[in-house]
Design a protein around this ligand. Structure first.
Ligand code: SF4
Length: 338
């Protein structure tokens, strides 16, 4: 392969979404405000680099609130928690900071609303994923998890006239639509969610990959194995024509053999991935003759979320102005995790 035909297609948008940015800044600000250690229930976001960096700064990641000393501060991750977790934290007098992404909270509210109206709720999502555990905990008696098209055959409801589907925020859009199609064959009165549950960030990152996959001999997705939206990006790339696709946490995980005979490499990253990790992948590729980087822009993103109320209140009490708090929550390249 002639060297000058080598190029990289770089997806946009990629990397941090508004919910991840907010969750990571929440831990950073909590460490500044309260001093280490700050406890975080579950990984704040599903990215190895983010978690290990925050650990070095004094965050302690735990599986459950009973591992947090009484009276200490615990942050709930971006994936959300079931109401019982709030109750357990209150029983141990923990100070809680809820970094649940507002778009996950939106799905929780939908679940509560449909459960109150006595619907059967078919929650499309991955069994055991933290977000699905949290959402189903809002209405365990009304929610049935549907883990993809193959699971539809197992689904039963009390009243097929009163059934709605909701979903995890980070699924493959195409696969979810196929699951819904099969569910609707079975339950023709199936209602749609009031608005898209698969979030804007998941949809946009998949859209960019779809636009470039056909031209790619190889797609490198930067992201961790337990990151649902990152894993989906590899699947979407392969389904839409990329000849190969791999998920890597770091550039060092790239196998040089993957580049044999390759002229176009696609690069993207999951919604929990700091840009620095993508830059390292681009440097790795540049060193091997892939210095020609062309952006593929599928959408512009400008959404950002305010920090959790608890953090805003304590930042104000510490003398920060509204503008400083706003800037702290922004997507600017303000810290090593961005
Ligand atoms: S991927 Fe979507 S739902 Fe998850 S944190 Fe980001 S914006 Fe929120």
């Amino acid at each position: 392969m002639a060297e000058n035909t080598r190029r990289v297609l770089l997806a946009a948008p990629r990397g941090y979404c508004a919910g991840v940015d907010r969750a990571v800044v929440t831990v950073e600000k909590a460490l500044e405000l309260y001093g280490p250690p700050v406890y975080v229930r579950k990984e704040i976001v599903h990215n190895k680099h983010v978690v290990t960096t925050l650990e070095k700064r004094g965050a302690i990641f735990v599986d459950e609130t009973d591992e947090v000393p009484e009276g200490a501060t615990v942050i709930f991750s971006a994936h959300g928690v079931a109401p019982i977790v709030h109750e357990e934290a209150a029983a141990r007098s923990l100070k809680t900071v809820d970094a649940t992404c507002p778009l996950v909270t939106k799905v929780h509210r939908e679940a509560v609303r449909f459960a109150d109206a006595d619907y059967d709720i078919l929650l499309i999502g991955h069994e055991g994923h933290e977000e699905v555990v949290g959402t189903s905990g809002e209405a365990p008696d009304h929610i049935t998890i549907v883990d993809g098209p193959a699971d539809v055959a197992n689904v039963g409801v009390r009243d097929p006239e009163k059934v709605v589907w909701l979903s995890q925020t980070t699924l493959s859009v195409d696969e979810t639509m196929e699951t819904v199609r099969l569910l609707r064959e079975k339950f023709p009165s199936l209602q749609d969610p009031p608005s898209d549950d698969i979030c804007y960030a998941t949809q946009n990152r998949q859209l960019a990959v779809k636009q470039m996959a056909r031209e790619c001999d190889l797609m490198i997705v930067v992201g961790s194995r337990n990151s649902s939206n990152s894993v989906r990006l590899v699947e979407v790339a392969l389904e839409h024509g990329s000849r190969a696709g791999h998920l890597v946490d770091y550039a060092a995980e790239i196998d040089e053999g993957w580049l044999d005979g390759v002229s176009t490499v696609g690069v993207t990253s999951g919604a929990s991935v700091p840009e620095i990790l993508v830059r390292e992948v681009l440097e790795f590729l540049s060193d091997r003759g892939f210095g020609d980087v062309r952006p593929v822009v599928a959408a512009e993103e400008s959404l950002m979320f305010a920090l959790p109320n608890e953090i805003r209140r304590d930042l104000k009490a510490a003398g920060m102005s509204d503008k400083m708090i706003h800037d702290a929550a922004s997507l600017a390249d303000s810290g090593s995790l961005h």
